[in-house]
Design a protein around this ligand. Structure first.
Ligand code: DHA
Length: 126
């Protein structure tokens, strides 16, 4: 059964999507932009800081459902510029140091709102 997730602990969606959805086995987050809880877009910050904010948002959504980053099976990372990969990867690794989830990272060409990075996650709820 599908259930959408809405939490005030993470920034609101900037479009017609839910922050996350679950079927009771998997929880899938929407792509998280580097938005603060107040809706401030950190597009002027370097990619490592933007990566931290995206992952803080993923973490907040998971925690609102009693989950953690340890439950993440897979992430997908959309970079505005693949030349940011090393800086992004260093910041990302601070969040997933042991048994990191599977991941795909691609240059998307452009990310909504002019952000440098967007990150989505699939987590197990079991
Ligand atoms: C930011 C998004 N996740 C979107 O626009 O779909």
């Amino acid at each position: 059964m599908k259930r959408t997730i809405s939490t005030s602990d993470a920034p609101e969606a900037v479009g017609a999507y839910s922050q996350a959805a679950t079927d009771g086995n998997l929880l899938i987050t929407a792509g998280q932009l580097p938005l603060t809880i107040d809706g401030e877009l950190l597009d002027d910050e370097p990619v490592d800081r933007q990566t931290e904010q995206c992952l803080d948002n993923v973490k907040a959504i998971l925690e609102s459902e009693g989950l953690s980053l340890d439950d993440v099976l897979k992430t997908t990372v959309f970079l505005d510029d693949i030349d940011d990969f090393e800086a992004f990867n260093e910041a990302y690794s601070e969040y997933f140091d042991e048994e990191p989830p599977a991941r795909s990272a691609v240059e998307a060409g452009a990310v909504p709102k002019g952000a440098a990075v967007e990150i989505e996650a699939i987590a197990t709820t079991e």
